[in-house]
Every structure is written in structure tokens, then in C-alpha cells.
Design a protein around this ligand. Structure first.
Ligand SMILES: Nc1ncnc2c1ncn2[C@@H]1O[C@H](COP(=O)(O)OP(=O)(O)OP(=O)(O)O)[C@@H](O)[C@H]1O
Ligand SMILES: [Mg+2]
Length: 230
């Protein structure tokens, strides 16, 4: 599917320069504790490049959980995440993808990218039941699949000029998530991260940031609220 196996289902490396605010650290801890008791799905929304994917990765790194990432944006039919029929030595055989293995791996973190943009709206159908409290799904080829204990689903979506937050998400899907809204790092934090990560001087960092159009957002990272959940 989206990435090769060696990149997936392994615990990612901690980024020593990744900035986590106090609020965000608290949210991480809440997600972690909650996920030991009940199914947790978190939807992260924010503009392009504000750090959504890195956040999911760092969550997995901090809590030492295997991470796997899947592109929902390229799905054109519901079962496509799970596997496909392929011709092998003149015979048509069903080949299972990584997704079924990932959801059955206890405590794993599953990142569903661009959940608001599948190529076909029905592509999300099977995810609905996996993300519900029952956390299972039935496929003709694989039978009954149950999500393992402690698995956390993170879905990310890009806010565009024309839409914000979860507006474009199907209501049924939206209700299954806690919602985390992100924005770009505050300027002074971004500057510090830039200096630490690249070794540029403070003056050079100022210059880079002046040229960049991506700075200056109001920091709002750190708010998490349930959508349709008690
Ligand atoms: N809190 C942070 N601390 C340090 N670096 C960060 C932080 N957030 C984002 N970055 C850096 O910003 C860059 C973009 O982050 P990332 O790819 O995670 O954004 P994204 O929101 O997933 O982007 P896209 O919308 O393209 O999917 C990465 O190089 C990442 O390391
Ligand atoms: Mg991303």
C-alpha cells in the first residue's frame, strides 16, 4: 500500500528537536492513558506542513509504539486497504497488505493520512466499523478482523483555503474522533527549532523565516476536544 514494510510497524526514532508544548504533552499523556482503557481515535487538522505527521510519529516514539502510515487519499474502494487479488503463476490469489497486520498489532499507532480526500467516498466504509467502539470488520477474503488492544488511530487532514477543520468530513466519521487542532509553531519556537536542527545563526534563522510564507500563524496547537463523545 502506501509505504514499504521496513518503514512501517516499527517504533519510530525520537526527534530530539521536536518541540512539544506543555499542553500537547498533557494531551499525549491523556491519549496514552485513555487508549489502555478504551478505543481512541484522534483526528488532527491543520494547514499544510504544520507538523501533523511529525506529531503522530513523535507520539509513537515517545510511547514506544509501532507506527504504520496509510494514505487514505489514494483509496478508490473500501477494501483496498486490506489487500488485493493478484495473478501468481497463472492463478489469481488474494494478497494481504500491511493494514490488517497493523490493526492486529497490540498498542500500535495507525496513521490515516488525508482522511478527508479519498478518491471514492465509499472507500471509507470499512474504516467506519474499525473506528467504532466495536472495532471490528468482516471481509470476505480475511473473515472477521478485530482491532488489537491499545491500538490508537490518528487521522490527519489538511485545512485548505476553502475549508477548515472537519467541515468536509462525513458526520458519521467525525463523531468517532477526538479532535486536535494544530497550527504552525509560534515564531520564537520555530526560530529555535531551526537553529537547533540546521545549525544556522540566529540572524540567518530570522532571514529564512522572513522569506518563508509559512510562519506567523496564531498558535492554537494543544486544544483537543471530543466530537460526539462523552
Ligand atoms: N513541533 C515541531 N518541532 C520541530 N519541528 C517540527 C515541529 N512540527 C513540525 N516540524 C517540522 O516541520 C516539517 C513539516 O512537518 P510535517 O511533515 O509533520 O507537517 P504536516 O502537517 O504533516 O505536512 P503535510 O500537510 O504536508 O502533510 C518537518 O520537517 C517537521 O520536522
Ligand atoms: Mg503530513
Amino acid at each position: 500500500m502506501s509505504a514499504t514494510k521496513h518503514e512501517n510497524l516499527s517504533v519510530p526514532q525520537l526527534d530530539p528537536y521536536f518541540y512539544v508544548s506543555r499542553d500537547l504533552a498533557d494531551i499525549f499523556e491523556k491519549i496514552h492513558l485513555l487508549s489502555r482503557k478504551k478505543p481512541v481515535n484522534v483526528l488532527i487538522s491543520g494547514r499544510q506542513g504544520c507538523g501533523k505527521s511529525s506529531l503522530v510519529k513523535q507520539y509513537a516514539a515517545i510511547y514506544q509504539r509501532p507506527l504504520s502510515t496509510f494514505q487514505v487519499g489514494i483509496l478508490s474502494e473500501p477494501s483496498q486497504l486490506f489487500g488485493e487479488y493478484a495473478l501468481e503463476a497463472g492463478e489469481t490469489k488474494y494478497k494481504q497488505f500491511l493494514f490488517p497486520e497493523a490493526i492486529q498489532t497490540p498498542n500500535s499507532v495507525i496513521h490515516l493520512e488525508e482522511i478527508n480526500r479519498p478518491e471514492h467516498p465509499k472507500a471509507l466504509n470499512m474504516l467506519f466499523s474499525l473506528l467504532s467502539d466495536s472495532r471490528d470488520v468482516w471481509l470476505e477474503e480475511l473473515g472477521h478482523l478485530k482491532v488489537a488492544d491499545g491500538v490508537v488511530f490518528f487521522a490527519t487532514l489538511n485545512e485548505g483555503e476553502d475549508f477548515v477543520g472537519t467541515e468536509l468530513l462525513d458526520a458519521a466519521l467525525r463523531d468517532r474522533f477526538y479532535f486536535l487542532l494544530m497550527d504552525y509553531l509560534p515564531n520564537e519556537v520555530e526560530k529555535e527549532v531551526l537553529i537547533k536542527k540546521t545549525g544556522v545563526t540566529a540572524a540567518q534563522a530570522d532571514d529564512i523565516m522572513l522569506r518563508s510564507t509559512s510562519c506567523g500563524g496564531t498558535p492554537r496547537c494543544g486544544s483537543m476536544y471530543p466530537h460526539g463523545r462523552p
